[in-house]
Write a protein that binds this ligand. Structure first.
Ligand SMILES: C[S@@+](CC[C@H](N)C(=O)[O-])C[C@H]1O[C@@H](n2cnc3c(N)ncnc32)[C@H](O)[C@@H]1O
Length: 221
């Protein structure tokens, strides 16, 4: 499964930033999430998973002592390497469900718009393993579940339409099948030994059908 996902993301990498912002509706949603990251305190030794083209990496680097920016797709990582200049960032291919990092290696782990593409149980177990006790897990979760009625229908159609016409690559079977509501994510975090310390809904207000991002911070207890 990981191979099919890796190949999909590598094929769409060059188009990703343009298409994802269309899918969310409000082109500023990811920028708003990035602004939220910029308000974090010091993040210590940080691992970023699914860094994509490195959209969040520079701001994470400005808050962290050291960043290991990782992604399943070598093509995505290549774009991130070209775009990120910060000297405290290294890049490597990693599957966040099963990484090569030692136990308790990091103070912070960041996953931006990634967890629903993975088996959340495996990813959270891995995050628990690699974080120090008291370490922070930050998840930017796609908040499709927060939309209701016609807004939700519009958002789903826009996501599919922009994905199909923008990427023009068939997604692997079971793609994005683990989309979670904020409550489902918080409950799961509890099951994996994390205490949720804050949740914030970030949404561009240009249209009611814009897809929000839930910015969830949790601590390993
Ligand atoms: C929707 S993009 C998000 C990229 C970036 N974080 C952002 O918000 O712009 C999802 C990224 O996760 C990566 N990815 C998917 N499954 C992964 C996995 N199991 N482990 C690590 N990265 C994964 C993809 O290659 C892709 O770059």
């Amino acid at each position: 499964m990981a191979t099919e996902h890796r190949d999909f993301w590598s094929k769409v990498a060059a188009k990703y930033d343009r298409v994802v912002d269309l899918q969310f509706g409000g082109p500023s949603t990811r920028s708003m999430v990035r602004e939220r990251v910029a308000k974090e305190g010091r993040l210590g030794y940080l691992a970023e998973f699914g860094c994509g083209t490195g959209f969040y990496t520079p701001v994470l680097a400005s808050k962290a002592d050291n960043v290991v920016a990782t992604d399943l797709s070598p093509m995505m990582l290549g774009l991130a390497k070209d775009q990120v200049q910060a000297s405290n960032v290294t890049f490597r291919v990693e599957d966040c469900e099963k990484t090569s990092f030692p136990d308790e290696a990091f103070d912070t782990a960041f996953l931006g718009l990634v967890i629903h593409f993975t088996e959340p149980n495996k990813t959270l177990a891995e995050m628990r393993r690699i974080l120090k006790r008291g370490g922070t897990l930050i998840i930017a979760n796609v908040g499709l579940g927060a939309l209701t009625g016609l807004d939700r229908v519009r958002a789903v159609i826009r996501m599919l339409y922009c994905g199909i016409t923008g990427f023009r690559v068939k997604p692997p079977k079971g793609f994005a099948k683990h989309m979670m509501t904020e409550k489902q994510l918080c409950d799961l975090l509890g099951q994996f030994g994390f205490r949720v310390i804050s949740t914030e809904r970030i949404k561009s207000t240009s249209s009611s059908s814009n897809i929000p991002v839930e910015y969830v911070r949790a601590v390993k207890v």
